[in-house]
Design a protein around this ligand. Structure first.
Ligand SMILES: Nc1ncnc2c1ncn2[C@@H]1O[C@H](COP(=O)(O)OP(=O)(O)OP(=O)(O)O)[C@@H](O)[C@H]1O
Ligand SMILES: [Mg+2]
Length: 759
C-alpha cells in the first residue's frame, strides 16, 4: 500500500482507490467520508490525473481549503489546481467566463441576501403594494424556492399551485414581483446567490456555443461532500456535467441521510434515491467505524436518531474509549445558562488542559449568541461568533464595498443607490425621486440618469452634485485599469470622504466603524499580496477589483478566521456541519427552541420534528470527547419572557449516558484524561517560513520591475531569498523564481510581487 494511503481502513481504502465509474459512500458522522474524498483526490492526482480535471464540491469554502491543504501534503502545489469549492463559488467562477453567452456582463455583481431583499422591497413599493403584507423576506424566499425548483417567472405565473399558495398568503402578486426582480437583476448586471445555481443550470441547459461540451471534457472527475444536502437544482447541474452518452460517469458522492438538515431549502434525501436510480452501475460503500467521538457520544447519537423512523439504519461503533458521560446543565434563566457555560469552560480548561479553541457552543438560532458573548467576555474568554451579523454586513463595510462595486459595474443599482448620497453631497430624496421618474419614462437606469441629470430636468445643487459624482466614479474607473484593488480602495476611502465622515463620530461605535473600514482595506491588501500565479487559469492571478469583489461576495464567515486562533467558537448547528471539536456545548435545549416552535406547529409536524432531530444529531456528533447539554427554564424572546419545558430530545438519550452537572468546585479531578491532541493525518506542507527567516519589514523596499531580470537574487516578503530563473509573459510579466529548499520554485506575477534585489 502506498504510504499516503496508510491512514485508511479497508473499506475507506477500497473507496479511495475506486477510480472509474460512479461511487456512493453513505455512512454516519465521523466515519471518514470527508477523509475518503480528500484521499481520493490525492490518489487521483498521484496516479497522474491532471488536477484541473477534478471538480470537488464542498459545503463551505473552509472545507475546500482544508481539503486542498491536506492534498498538498501528498501531491504538493498541484493541489492548488484542483477545482475545489462550494457550489456557489465554483459556479460563479465558471459564470464569470461564460456570462455573456447568457446575456450577463462578465463583470456581473453578486447580490447577497440583503441586496436582493432591498431590490425586492423597491419593486414592492414601486408597484404600490403594501410592504407589511408583502414582506421582503417572504417574497424573497418564494422567489428563491422557485429558482431552486427551476421555475421561471413565466412558469410561475401559470402554475396554479403557486398562485393558490400566494393567494392564501394574501400575496397574489408574487409572480409579478418575481418577473420584475429578474428583469431588474438583468438590467443591473447582477446575480443573486440562487442565480449562481439557476443561471449555471440555464447555461449548461441552453448550451450556447456548445459550452456544455467544454465543461464535460474538463471535469472528468466529480466529487461531492455532504451529498444529502444537495438540492434538486444542484443535482440537475451535476447531471448535466456527468450523465450524458459516452460519459466516463466518474462521480463520487459521500453523505449521510441522517444528517440531512436543509429540507426547508429543498434538499431531501430524494437525491440519494435519485442517484441510485440514475447510476444503476453504482458501487456503494458503507463505513461503520466512528473515528471522532468517544462511546457515550456515539451511543447518545444512536439513541436519538432511532426515534426517526425513516432513516437508513447504520451500525456505528467507536474505539475511542468510553469517554466522559454527557453533562446536562439546567439554568433558571438564559443569562444563568450562559454564565454556567462560561464557568464550565474555565473549569474544563484547567482540569483537562484544553484551550479556548477546543470549545464550541452550538445553538439553534443565531440570536442566542449574544448572552454567551457577554458571559464569555465576563470570564475574559476570547471567542468568535460565526454567522449572524458578519463583518461584511456592517453598514460602513457595505458602503465602502458599494463604491467598489459601482466602479466595476455602475449598472449595479443596489450599490449605486447606497452611495449616491453617501457621504452626503446634497442629492436629496426629492431630486433623486424626480430623477428616477424622468429616467423611468425614458427607460434609463439610475447611472445613465445621473449622467444626464441636467437634461432630465434636475438642476441646481443636486444636479451639479450628480454630475460631479459621476465624474468622480469615472475617474476611479480609469484608475481601476492600472491600480490594483488595494491602491484603488485606499483612494476611494480617502477621496469620497468616507473616512472623514466616519472620523467625525468620536464615540466608541464611531471608532469601531473607522476600524472596520481599515480592516476591510487590510483584507484587500492581503488579497493583492498573494502574488503567486494560478496555473490553472493559464494566466496570472487576477488582482483586479473585479476578482476581489467576486471573492468576498462568496466569502463565508469562516474565511475571516484565517489567523485568529485560540478562541471559543460560537455558531448555529447548521454552520457546524462537517466540523469537529474536542468539547461541545449544545445550548437552549428547550421545547419551542430546539425543537423550534415552527417545527412543533408545522402542518406536517412529524416530519418537521424529524428534521429538528437530525439537526440535534448533527450537533451531538460534532463532539470528540466532551459534550454538555444545557437548557434554561425561562428566557426573553421577541421582547417577552418565555417559560419552556426541557427539550424532548434530552429524554431520548439513555439515562446511563448522562450525568447531571454538579455545582462548580465539587467535582473531583478526573485523572488520566489525556489532553486533546490534534492528530490530523496530513500536516500542512510547511510553506510559511518562520519569522526569523524573513526580511525585516522596515528594511523592505520593493525593487522596480524593470530590474527584476533572470539571474538576479531577490528577497520576497513571504518566501525569503530566491533567484530569478526566467521572466516571461507580455505586459503581465511573470517570473519563475527558485527559493530555498522549503519553498522551491514559484511563478510570481511581478506587477504585484514585493521583491527586493539583494547583494
Ligand atoms: N482511518 C482513519 N484513521 C484515523 N482517523 C480517521 C480515519 N478516518 C477518519 N478519521 C478521522 O476521523 C474524523 C472524522 O472524519 P471525517 O470528518 O472525514 O468524517 P465524516 O464522515 O466526513 O463526518 P461528518 O459526517 O460529520 O462530516 C477526522 O478527524 C478524521 O481525520
Ligand atoms: Mg464530513
Amino acid at each position: 500500500m502506498s504510504d499516503y494511503l496508510s491512514g485508511l481502513n479497508d473499506i475507506q481504502y477500497k473507496a479511495v482507490t475506486h477510480i472509474n465509474g460512479p461511487l456512493l459512500v453513505i455512512a454516519g458522522p465521523g466515519s471518514g467520508k470527508t477523509r475518503v474524498l480528500t484521499y481520493r483526490i490525492a490518489h487521483l492526482v498521484k496516479t497522474g490525473i491532471p488536477p484541473w480535471e477534478i471538480l470537488a464540491l464542498t459545503f463551505t469554502n473552509k472545507a475546500a481549503r482544508e481539503m486542498k491543504e491536506r492534498i498538498a501534503g501528498v501531491v504538493g502545489d498541484k493541489a492548488n489546481q484542483i477545482w475545489a469549492g462550494t457550489f456557489h463559488s465554483i459556479f460563479a467562477r465558471i459564470l464569470r467566463s461564460e456570462a455573456e453567452k447568457i446575456g450577463f456582463p462578465s463583470n456581473f455583481s453578486i447580490y447577497d441576501a440583503s441586496d436582493a431583499k432591498s431590490a425586492i422591497t423597491a419593486i414592492i413599493k414601486a408597484q404600490g403594494l403594501d410592504p407589511k403584507v408583502y414582506a421582503a423576506n417572504k417574497v424573497y424566499s418564494r422567489i428563491s424556492m422557485a429558482k431552486n425548483q427551476l421555475v421561471s417567472p413565466q412558469a410561475y405565473a401559470t402554475d396554479p399551485d403557486r398562485i393558490m399558495q400566494d393567494k392564501s398568503a394574501k400575496m397574489p402578486y408574487v409572480y409579478k414581483i418575481y418577473d420584475l426582480y429578474v428583469k431588474k437583476c438583468a438590467q443591473s448586471g447582477a446575480m443573486d446567490f440562487d442565480d449562481l445555481l439557476y443561471q449555471m443550470h440555464r447555461l449548461l441547459d441552453l448550451n450556447p456555443d456548445n459550452v456544455v461540451e467544454k465543461y464535460r471534457k474538463k471535469f472528468k472527475y466529480v466529487l461531492v461532500d455532504e451529498f444529502q444536502d444537495t438540492n434538486s437544482l444542484q443535482y440537475g447541474i451535476i447531471q448535466l456535467l456527468v450523465n450524458y452518452p459516452g460519459s466516463p460517469r466518474n462521480i463520487c458522492v459521500v453523505g449521510d441521510d441522517a444528517q440531512s438538515i436543509y429540507a426547508f431549502r429543498g434538499a431531501t434525501i430524494q437525491n440519494i434515491l435519485d442517484f441510485e436510480r440514475d447510476y444503476p452501475e453504482l458501487v456503494v460503500y458503507k463505513l461503520e467505524q466512528n473515528y471522532r467521538s468517544t462511546n457515550y457520544i456515539v451511543q447518545a447519537a444512536n439513541d436519538v436518531i432511532a426515534y426517526n423512523s425513516k432513516q437508513i439504519r447504520k451500525k456505528i461503533f467507536t474505539d475511542k474509549g468510553t469517554g466522559e458521560q454527557i453533562k446536562v446543565m439546567r439554568a433558571v434563566t438564559d443569562k444563568e445558562e450562559a454564565r454556567l457555560v462560561a464557568e464550565s469552560i474555565v473549569e474544563m480548561k484547567n482540569r483537562l488542559h484544553l484551550k479556548n479553541e477546543d470549545f464550541a457552543i452550538l445553538y439553534r438560532v443565531n440570536a442566542q449568541s449574544r448572552v454567551f458573548e457577554e458571559a464569555l467576555k465576563n470570564k475574559r474568554l476570547a471567542y468568535k461568533v460565526y454567522g449572524g451579523m458578519s463583518f461584511y454586513e456592517r453598514k460602513e463595510v457595505k458602503d465602502t464595498l458599494s463604491y467598489l462595486r459601482t466602479i466595476i459595474n455602475p449598472k449595479d443599482e443596489e450599490a449605486l443607490a447606497r452611495i449616491v448620497n453617501y457621504p452626503t453631497r446634497g442629492i436629496g430624496d426629492t431630486s433623486l425621486t424626480k430623477l428616477r421618474n424622468a429616467a423611468a419614462e425614458r427607460g434609463l437606469g439610475l447611472w445613465e440618469a445621473l449622467k444626464a441629470a441636467p437634461q432630465l430636468g434636475v438642476g441646481g445643487r443636486a444636479g451639479r452634485s450628480m454630475v460631479e459624482f459621476v465624474a468622480m466614479i469615472e475617474t476611479f474607473q480609469r484608475w481601476a485599469k492600472d491600480d490594483d484593488a488595494y491602491e484603488l480602495a485606499k483612494r476611494v476611502v480617502r477621496m469620497t470622504g468616507i473616512n472623514d465622515q466616519l472620523k467625525k463620530d468620536k464615540t466608541a461605535e464611531g471608532k469601531a466603524r473607522v476600524d472596520n473600514v481599515q480592516e476591510l482595506l487590510d483584507g484587500i491588501k492581503s488579497f493583492v499580496e498573494e502574488d503567486e500565479v494560478d496555473e490553472l487559469l493559464d494566466d496570472v492571478l487576477d488582482k483586479s477589483l473585479t476578482s476581489y469583489l467576486q471573492n468576498i461576495a462568496l466569502i463565508t464567515d469562516f474565511d475571516n478566521d484565517a489567523n485568529e486562533n485560540d478562541r471559543v467558537k460560537l455558531m448555529s448547528v447548521h454552520a457546524a456541519k462537517g466540523l469537529e471539536f474536542p468539547a461541545v456545548f449544545i445550548v437552549g435545549l428547550e421545547e419551542n427552541l430546539f425543537p423550534s416552535t415552527m417545527a412543533l406547529k408545522a402542518k406536517d409536524s412529524r416530519s418537521a420534528t424529524d428534521e429538528e432531530r437530525r439537526l440535534f444529531y448533527v450537533a451531538i456528533t460534532r463532539a470528540e470527547q466532551y459534550l454538555t447539554l444545557s437548557y434554561a427554564s425561562s428566557r426573553y424572546r421577541f421582547g417577552k419572557m418565555q417559560y419552556n419545558n426541557s427539550s424532548r430530545f434530552l429524554e431520548e438519550i439513555s439515562p446511563s449516558c448522562l450525568a447531571l452537572a454538579q455545582p462548580m468546585g465539587n467535582r473531583a479531578t478526573v485523572s488520566g484524561v489525556k489532553r486533546y491532541q490534534n492528530s490530523r493525518p496530513m500536516a500542512n506542507s510547511g510553506r510559511q517560513l518562520r519569522k526569523s527567516e524573513l526580511p525585516k519589514i522596515k528594511d523592505f523596499r520593493p525593487s522596480p520591475v524593470q530590474k527584476l531580470l533572470p539571474g538576479v537574487k531577490v528577497m520576497h516578503e513571504r518566501f525569503g531569498k530566491g533567484k530569478i530563473i526566467a521572466v516571461d509573459g507580455g505586459d503581465k510579466k511573470v517570473a519563475t523564481i527558485l527559493f530555498g529548499e522549503r519553498i522551491g520554485e514559484k511563478r510570481i506575477m511581478l506587477k504585484y510581487a514585493k521583491l527586493m534585489i539583494i547583494d
